[in-house]
Design a protein around this ligand. Sequence first.
Ligand SMILES: NC(=O)c1ccc[n+]([C@@H]2O[C@H](COP(=O)([O-])OP(=O)(O)OC[C@H]3O[C@@H](n4cnc5c(N)ncnc54)[C@H](OP(=O)(O)O)[C@@H]3O)[C@@H](O)[C@H]2O)c1
Length: 325
Amino acid sequence: MSAVLHGLGRFGLHLLRAWLDRPDGGIDIVAIQDAHHSLASAAALLQQDAKVSFADCRIAAEDGALRLDLPGRQPLRLAYWHGPAAGSPWLGRADWWLECSGDFASGEAARAFLRGRTRRVIVSATCPGADQTLVFGYNHEHFDRRAAVLSYGSCTVNAFVPLAAWLHARYGVAEAEVGVIHNVPPHRLAGHPHPVRRPCTLQTEGPRLLPFLAAERFHVDYVLIPYTGPSLIDFRFELARPAAAAALLDALQAACSTGPLRGLYALEAGTPSTAALALRPESAVLSRPLARLHGRRLVLPAGFDNENSAVRYLDLLEAVAQRGG
Ligand SMILES: NC(=O)c1ccc[n+]([C@@H]2O[C@H](COP(=O)([O-])OP(=O)(O)OC[C@H]3O[C@@H](n4cnc5c(N)ncnc54)[C@H](OP(=O)(O)O)[C@@H]3O)[C@@H](O)[C@H]2O)c1
């Protein structure tokens, strides 16, 4: 499936890395489009980013393209366009438009990219008006080929929804709360000198995606903090039929290791430092020592590399491609 990547911000950069690591996933990124970075600045970003490493690639900007040489692979030439998306020569020239800029996160805005050969736009954020929101590991198998604008959810939606669905199927979720302490991208740090409470799209997307979760029985407390590392996310569930704490956590452990939550979550025997969560591919890394069950109330403290939620987006792209995308 040929695709144009729009947006080389934190999400786009993580996506590019994850995509390079999975050469056989059926997605062929042929061009990158970014309003902020020139080709030279994009090449420098790849060479110098403090977190996402492209040290295994030789990177060059040549003839309007990013050239990436990976050992043992054919050189990759990704055409590069610096400028507003509306003027991109790549409009309508690939099967998919990967909308990762953050600037077109509505169905109406995203539909502007459906032209020429481009039959699908996949938005890396909650997207009101999208034809479908598909959360990998929850409802990605419900992909409808008529859906032209897809949303992958968001980092918090992916962190919460499959876990809540799994808990509900076994123990019944009567209420839930999520506390998020979220980073900011390095280039926006100066504009965020203090922690600030913000609305989170999970607040509306959670009950919309999970029919058992009544909106009035769900709450998200989201705080953006002036810090650029991995983030924290704590889940609290009121369960209708809880098992004993050890049995419940053993079942969760098994689901994360070999069951339906495999690859999506980890339940760690210790509590990883927040820094150690950088580039972890799971949607949330739960800490067993911090987990607790008081009566019906289950508390699951976790951390996540929200930027690396791009791995879930790539999982979804590959799943959609396999279904004839
Ligand atoms: N970061 C996450 O944790 C995360 C997780 C899941 C989903 N998402 C979603 O993915 C989309 C993109 O998010 P993002 O985190 O990638 O945003 P971001 O890093 O702030 O990048 C967004 C845009 O900011 C501009 N930008 C990039 N680098 C810059 C720099 N060094 N200096 C100044 N401006 C720069 C770019 O274009 P412009 O100059 O044209 O703005 C870029 O497309 C959003 O819809 C977001 O909700 C993000």
